[in-house]
Design a protein around this ligand. Structure first.
Ligand SMILES: [Zn+2]
Length: 558
């Protein structure tokens, strides 16, 4: 991310809180430190920022589980907690030494929920004196290493997904695999998964847990990813390991540790299953030139609903994930498709505590009737399905889109999923495969944009929604009324949706990083007028995100 752009965004994301001009003296380049950044006193900052989070107890119906499943959950949660520890090492290895200097409980809580001293939902603004800007390479690379240095080096594993880069004693760069550098933790987690596997009644789950246990200690995840895709009848699930690459903002290459402990909602899952069979047909109908939609999406994909009982690591940092599309391995995706996991209880919490209050404030009075949970659920669900649509390999021999676009890939891919998700909703409604009124889906989507731009530019989802907002505004898909509310123009909304789908798929298919950087600069920003509207949400105390009270106690398993 270029410096100037980042500054604009950080300034734009005040969210109604007055900062001492946080960035005006911060344009001198990478060397600026937190003292030049004049951070407010920690306590004042935390008192202002903590209320943007609403606490939610993460519970689920434990009665639906068998006795052995109930015994497995605590083991899985313990394994997840190890992923949390490891994510700390990746995001901010100095956790303990800094935490020891923070006395105030609220400040400790804020530091902990941010996994470090940078405010994730405020453009990674440092909130502790003496802390400079967040290193783009987080803890994956040595401090001060530039992209060029690594590119020019003879390190074999330059863009490795499962290794860190360190300097050896003579200052030379080298890569160290996760299973070597984090050996103790990973072996412990592996042991817990094996214990859980012994309790597993479902053969697919047993196999997956055993293979995942192996993967953690070898950094070879392929077999366990296949086993995970093959597993269909399990009542509980765990997503665990180094998975997403959002935290590596230098190369978008290295994966962060995380875990989700899940209980499947079998009834909902059945309702969702039928949509997967429709993927190839929907791919054909994409509003883009033929060559950008020639790939065939996998059809043995799964679409399941879950209640989540534990979040750990990357997915618990910044804006909380409410739907997951995995695995990320493009080869497996092409052979097996993906599994899209909708986290129903977390979604409901975000809808009730955030989306509805936002809509009450920012959506035109007449259109508030269209804000509905079913529409929200579908929009999020089809966002995940839409990750499987579109294009994975460039059309001009530049290899995978992800590799060609590097650090520009994540946010654009999220934008793609948002817009193609809406395209799918529109198509399925027309075919009669989905129930409801298009006005519900579009108005709820609009409210969803206003919710997600608040995640800020440090979040791929935040940026994606800024792009969508500005593009839609340009196309007249909505208007801002004189009283500062947003009113959807349903016809133009559909046109803008098709136009933006085409723009994004073409950018991805061409693998043209420079072109994406230009789009980022022009569109992935918060205009002043929108910022002043978002400030109203802050003033009214409408939370930006949720944080979880979670664990074995909360579930009543102790
Ligand atoms: Zn996504």
């Amino acid at each position: 991310m270029n410096r100037q752009f980042r500054n604009i965004l950080i300034m734009g994301l005040g969210m109604g809180i007055t900062f001492n001009s946080c960035t005006s003296n911060n344009t001198g380049g990478q060397q600026s430190t937190a003292s030049a950044d004049s951070v407010d006193s920690l306590q004042t900052y935390v008192n202002n920022r903590l209320p943007i989070y609403e606490n939610v107890k993460l519970t689920a119906d434990m009665q639906s589980l068998s006795e052995s499943e109930r015994k497995m959950i605590p083991l899985l949660i313990q394994a997840a907690q190890i992923m949390d520890e490891l994510f700390w090492k990746q995001a901010y290895p100095q956790k303990d030494s800094l935490l020891n200097t923070i006395k105030d409980d609220k400040a400790r809580e804020f530091f902990t929920m941010n996994y470090g001293p940078w405010d994730r939902l405020n453009g990674d603004k440092p909130f502790i004196n003496g802390i400079g800007p967040k290193p783009e390479g987080a803890g994956f690379y040595p401090i001060g290493m530039t992209k060029e240095e690594l590119e020019k080096s003879d390190v074999k594993d330059k863009k490795g997904q499962y290794s860190v880069i360190r300097r050896n004693a003579s200052g030379k760069l080298e890569s160290i695999p996760y299973h070597v550098i984090y050996k103790d933790e990973l072996q412990k987690a592996s042991g817990l998964l094996k214990q859980a596997a012994e309790l597993a009644e479902d053969a697919g789950l047993k196999k997956y847990l055993n293979l995942r246990a192996e993967a953690l200690t070898s950094s070879n995840y392929t077999a366990s990813d296949y086993a995970w895709m093959d597993m269909k009848n399990n009542g509980i699930d765990i997503i665990i390991g180094p998975i997403e690459n959002y935290e590596d903002k230098l190369f978008s290459a290295r994966s962060s540790f995380e875990s989700y402990v899940l209980i499947k909602d079998k009834q909902w899952s059945q309702r969702l299953a039928k949509y997967v069979t429709m993927l190839p047909e929907l791919q054909k109908g994409l509003p883009v030139e033929e060559k950008y939609k020639a790939e065939k999406p996998g059809t043995d994909s799964d679409l399941n609903a879950y209640d989540i009982v534990y979040y750990a690591g990357d997915c618990n940092a910044g804006s909380k994930t409410i739907a997951v599309n995995l695995p990320n391995d493009e080869d497996i995706q092409q052979k097996k498709g993906t599994r899209r996991s909708q986290l129903k209880n977390a979604m409901r919490a975000k809808f009730d505590k955030i989306l509805v209050p936002i809509a009450n404030e920012l959506i035109d009075k007449e259109q508030q009737q269209y804000i509905k949970f079913d529409a929200f659920f579908s929009n999020v669900m089809f966002h995940e399905v839409a990750h499987g649509l579109g294009i994975k390999s460039t059309v001009n021999g530049k290899g995978y889109v992800r590799a060609a676009l590097q650090e520009q890939n994540s946010w654009l891919e999220e934008g793609k999923a948002d817009i193609l998700g809406l395209y799918m909703v529109t198509s399925l409604l027309k075919k009669g495969e989905l129930q409801g009124d298009i006005k519900d889906y579009y108005t709820t989507f609009m409210a969803g944009i206003l919710r997600s731009v608040r995640f800020g530019a440090a979040s791929a989802h935040g940026k994606a929604n800024m792009q969508c907002f500005n593009f839609f505004k340009e196309k007249g898909a909505f208007e801002r009324t004189s009283n500062g509310t947003y009113k959807v123009n349903f016809e133009k909304f559909a046109t803008a949706m098709n136009d933006l789908s085409k723009v994004i798929l073409t950018l991805q298919g061409n693998g043209d990083k420079t072109a994406v950087e230009k789009v980022e600069k022009d569109y992935a920003i918060i205009p002043a007028e929108l910022q002043s509207d978002l400030n109203r949400l802050g003033e009214k105390g409408i939370p930006v995100d949720i944080v979880f009270e979670q664990g074995i106690d909360v579930l009543g398993l102790k």
